[in-house]
Design a binder for this molecule. Structure first.
Ligand code: PEP
Length: 253
């Protein structure tokens, strides 16, 4: 049975005291919750990983980084290695987010190298894929998804744990959510690809999250889709009440 994963991606938002306030409040909100079937993850900017991790140690949520470098170590000013994340016991890391693909020209090849570095350090990648609006309008969504899966997961032992996040780029931060049927169609395609390229077990055990303007109003109808195992949430994860209410919805399912 796959757990529901509710993950918040703060991107480049939040100041130090806001981080403390949010995480202590989240911690209080989760205290009485039964989280046996739900995993809650917060991905803060890297400068707050230590603070966030310390607060998470006494709470029921986990911490993820938003990015990692594809090299092991060395002269890469400003970058963070997977070994560094591991040395701080950070269990998750987002890779391949569409904003990094777009603004930092990250290719499937670089994303694949990052994913392997995370695995070498036993960190679970939250591997993002998704089509742009133009690609959807050109009717090539499925081709794009398959090529991102083939590129990003090339020679990856997925048994080592990968979370896949399907995030249609046109739905990120736009207030436009994919309909549950649109999202389910692509999630089913991803699950089918996993079965063909790995095994039925891997396909059944790999969490596939939806991301793109998920909020307290639409979270339930998305999460009840058979192949949607949670959400990667941007905007609504900056508001502790909204984020906690989405966790509460997941707990009730
Ligand atoms: C994201 O950035 O991964 C995301 C899904 O953002 P939003 O929820 O704001 O669309």
């Amino acid at each position: 049975m796959r757990k529901i994963i509710i993950a918040g991606n703060w991107k480049m938002n939040m100041l130090f005291t806001e981080v403390e306030d949010f995480l202590f409040e989240l911690s209080d909100n989760l205290e009485e919750k039964n989280l046996n079937s739900v995993e809650v993850v917060i991905c803060p900017p890297s400068v707050y990983l230590e603070l966030s991790s310390d607060i998470a140690d006494d709470s029921k949520f986990f911490i993820g980084a938003q990015n990692v470098n594809d090299n092991s170590n060395g002269a890469y000013t400003g970058e963070i290695s997977a070994a560094m994340l591991d040395s701080m016991d950070i269990p998750y890391c987002i890779i391949g987010h569409s904003e990094r693909r777009k603004y930092y020209a990250e290719s499937d090849e670089v994303i694949n190298a990052k994913l392997k570095k995370l695995h070498e350090n036993e960190i679970v990648p939250i591997f993002c894929i998704g089509e742009t609006l133009t690609q959807r309008e050109q009717n090539i969504t499925k081709d794009i998804i398959l090529s991102q899966l083939n590129g990003g997961l090339k020679d990856v032992k997925i048994e080592d744990n990968v979370i896949i996040a399907y995030e249609p780029v046109w739905a990120i931060g736009t207030g436009k959510t994919a309909t549950p049927a649109q999202a389910q169609e692509i999630h089913a395609l991803i699950r089918e690809w996993l079965e063909e390229n790995y095994s039925k077990d891997v396909s059944g055990n790999t969490p596939i999250l939806y991301g793109g303007s998920m909020n307290p109003e639409n979270v339930k109808e998305l999460l009840i889709q058979p192949d949607i195992d949670g959400g990667l949430i941007g905007g609504a994860a900056l508001d502790v009440s909204k984020f906690s209410s989405m966790v509460a919805t997941a707990v009730e399912l």
